[in-house]
Design a protein. Structure first.
Length: 165
């Protein structure tokens, strides 16, 4: 009697494939720290970094006007705005310098919800979020948005504290 080989489910590659770097309206001064962490984590793993900037509805409309697109605002996507937004470009430049692959994604809506949604869509292996230094008492609890992401994300989340030099 011959035995049939047992079909094994495909194995997921071990390691890190994608790192989502979440940028929000207050992260412009934190780009350097986020870039350092993304490079340190994604570089050795040859992972792709996805830079994701989430805009509120009001911020998105304002940026479409400010950035001077040559088409109707209704034809401008969140990805288009994110690609032109200076904190995103600054982070992308640092990743370019380090030779780390990246892509840029924009999103509009509630920051925490949209970051989690994008992480789910991408099947991200890790999310990087940033925040400011807190007082000793404030250290016990992260900001509400960072906490929402940490509790809801489909993957591990690393909190990157901003430099306070």
């Amino acid at each position: 009697m011959s035995q049939q080989p047992v079909q094994q489910p495909p194995k997921r590659q071990s390691g890190l494939n994608s790192v989502l770097v979440a940028l929000g309206p207050e992260d412009a001064e934190r780009v350097t720290r986020l870039a350092e962490e993304a490079i340190d984590i994604a570089g050795p793993a040859d992972a792709t970094v996805v830079i994701n900037h989430v805009f509120t509805h009001e911020e998105f409309e304002s940026r479409v006007d400010t950035l001077g697109f040559d088409r109707a605002p209704s034809d401008v996507s969140a990805d288009d705005v994110a690609r032109r937004y200076s904190p995103v470009r600054a982070l992308a430049a640092k990743l370019d310098e380090a030779g780390v692959d990246y892509e840029i994604r924009g999103a509009v809506g509630d920051y925490g919800e949209r970051v989690v949604s994008v992480a789910e869509e991408l099947e991200a292996d890790l999310v990087l979020v940033s925040g400011r230094k807190r007082s000793p008492t404030g250290k016990a609890v992260f900001g509400s948005v960072a906490q929402e992401i940490m509790l809801s994300a489909p993957c591990p989340v690393t909190f990157v504290r901003a430099d306070t030099k």
